[in-house]
Design a binder for this molecule. Structure first.
Ligand code: ADP
Length: 492
């Protein structure tokens, strides 16, 4: 039997067919347009999201050559926080999707902070007030689209994150649901009551009737008839980063995954009890299975793989990203060069929006290879800063890091991560962990797999990186890095 995973991302929609051993049988992918109406604003047309997803879903199934009756289930994973409001009767969105990156609600978020709501919101939702999250985006739509609030109050409008929008369309407008992991990104969901929070709905002036029903991440939400009228259950749903943790088999407290893409997304399975961070990590729901909820702590690095793109596109000192590995290995060390890629400020644990990029330690002997090496090392140092904070705040000793994302292909980077963090770094055979996570959840939902224990046997390591740096050297390097960060701070 097989599972069809739908991965609706920020720039493209993908679909992957997996077999019951977790092997990839076929992949289809399609980009769709990004809409930038004003500086700092980002939108998608919800129909572009749906149509591209539908196309790749059908393409992946045909490419696989597998008869439809052997596809047991569909799992959905999605760009998180992106907000869509549509008409319950016609299914027509009343505005474009407001994408997670969109900053239009930044002023409103500042206002919430000034009103002293940070603690309340953190306590209830686990989140730091920020324009990323869905609640303020819903409010913006209701405030700015004619008649929207009245219609919403009359129960004529529905809100959904992208998973909700996809499941609605997959089921022909019959099912209006989301899962715990996506709900926990709205700034409206109470982590303790596991329900939409009336006080927050009131603060943001959002009628409860438009909110989807929140269900476990593995659950038969409905059936899809889109492909040749064949009925396939939809039985998995999780936000992309949480799906990646699940696809990495991060089922136990203390397991950490890092996705090395444009930025880094680091998630620690924090177990069944809510853990809060005092230094800007986010508390989120990793997933809900049956009546069990697993929480996660999340930290991110703004500029990771992007620093390698910068070396290629802005400095022109590498031809492609994989060349960075060869050149970094061609020198014995960083030659004393440290690179703090604070192009857009620094996130956890530094939280300095005014920090800017810095390359320090340059001498007459510095070669471009040293700068390239320092750039790769910076990705690992920034990750280490988040890991250290996670350890500190939870008291959990992190023993290994499971990796995925484009830059996890870089062996130099992975070895340096292992050395500087003094942990095992494990790269799995299937690095499509986001889709795999959605497939795992869907397969559990229809009983293709019995338990997470069974899934653990499917997850295979491709390469393990063991730390081999002396404690003394490690200490020296970390000290230099911290000093470089200090000098990059508060520049703008
Ligand atoms: P995203 O999903 O954020 O677009 P991907 O997971 O596709 O990111 O990874 C792309 C990023 O990884 C780019 O920023 C690129 O510079 C970086 N990258 C890809 N391959 C390598 C490599 N071999 N070494 C270092 N960085 C790499």
């Amino acid at each position: 039997m097989y599972i069809l995973a739908l991965d609706q991302g920020t720039t493209s929609s993908r679909a992957i067919v997996f077999d019951s051993l977790g092997n990839i049988i076929s992949v289809a992918q399609k980009e769709f347009p990004q809409i930038f109406p004003k500086p700092g604003w980002v939108e998608h047309n919800p129909w572009d999201i749906w149509n591209s997803q539908k196309e790749v879903m059908i393409e992946a199934v045909y490419k696989s050559g597998i008869p439809l009756k052997e596809i047991s289930a569909i799992g959905v994973t999605n760009q998180r926080e992106t907000t869509i409001v549509w008409d319950r009767e016609t299914g027509e969105p009343i505005y474009n999707a407001i994408v997670w990156q969109c900053r239009r609600t930044a002023d409103y978020c500042e206002k919430l902070k000034k009103e002293g709501l940070s603690e309340l919101i953190k306590e209830k939702t686990g989140l730091v007030i920020d324009a990323y999250f869905s609640g303020p985006k819903i409010k913006w739509i209701l405030d700015n689209i004619p008649n929207a609030r009245r219609k919403a109050e009359e129960g004529k409008l529905l809100f959904g994150t992208v998973d909700t929008w996809l499941i609605w369309n997959l089921t022909g407008g019959k099912v209006h649901v989301t899962d715990y992991s996506n709900a926990s990104r709205t700034m409206l969901f109470n982590l303790k009551t596991l329900d939409w929070d009336d006080e927050l709905l009131e603060i943001m002036n959002i009628p409860r009737v438009m909110m989807p029903k929140v269900l476990p991440s593995s659950y038969v939400y409905g059936t899809c008839h889109i492909i040749d009228n064949f009925e396939i259950p939809i039985s998995g749903d999780a936000g992309d980063q949480q799906a990646a943790l699940f696809g990495q088999c991060g089922f136990e407290e203390g397991i950490v995954k890092n996705t090395y893409g444009t930025g880094c997304f680091i998630l620690l399975n924090a177990g069944k009890n809510i853990k809060y961070s005092s230094q800007g990590l986010i508390t989120t729901i990793a997933y809900g299975l049956g009546d069990e909820i697993y929480y996660a702590l999340e930290g991110s690095v703004f500029i990771a793989g992007a620093v390698i793109q910068w070396l290629r596109d802005n400095l022109g000192i590498i031809k492609n990203s994989s060349e960075s590995e060869i050149l970094a290995k061609s020198v014995d060390d960083n030659g004393g060069v440290f690179f703090v890629p604070a192009f857009v400020g620094l996130g956890a644990p530094h939280w300095d929006m005014f920090a800017r990029g810095l390359i320090i330690g340059i001498t007459r002997g510095t070669q471009k290879e040293h700068i390239i090496r320092a750039a790769l090392e910076a990705i690992a140092y920034q990750t280490q800063d988040v890991l250290e904070l996670m350890s500190e705040e939870t008291g959990i000793k992190i023993r290994e890091l499971r990796v995925d994302g484009g830059a996890s292909a870089n062996n130099f980077l992975m070895q340096f991560q292992s050395d500087i963090s003094n942990i095992r770094v494990i790269r799995p055979l299937i690095t499509e962990t986001t889709s795999l996570g959605a497939a795992f959840l869907a397969g559990l939902g229809v009983g293709l797999w019995e338990s997470t224990g069974e899934l653990k046997h499917l997850w295979r390591e491709e390469k393990v990186f063991e730390p081999c740096l002396s404690e003394e050297k490690r200490g020296e390097l970390l000290k230099k890095w911290k000093e470089a960060v200090r000098r990059a701070k508060n520049w703008e």
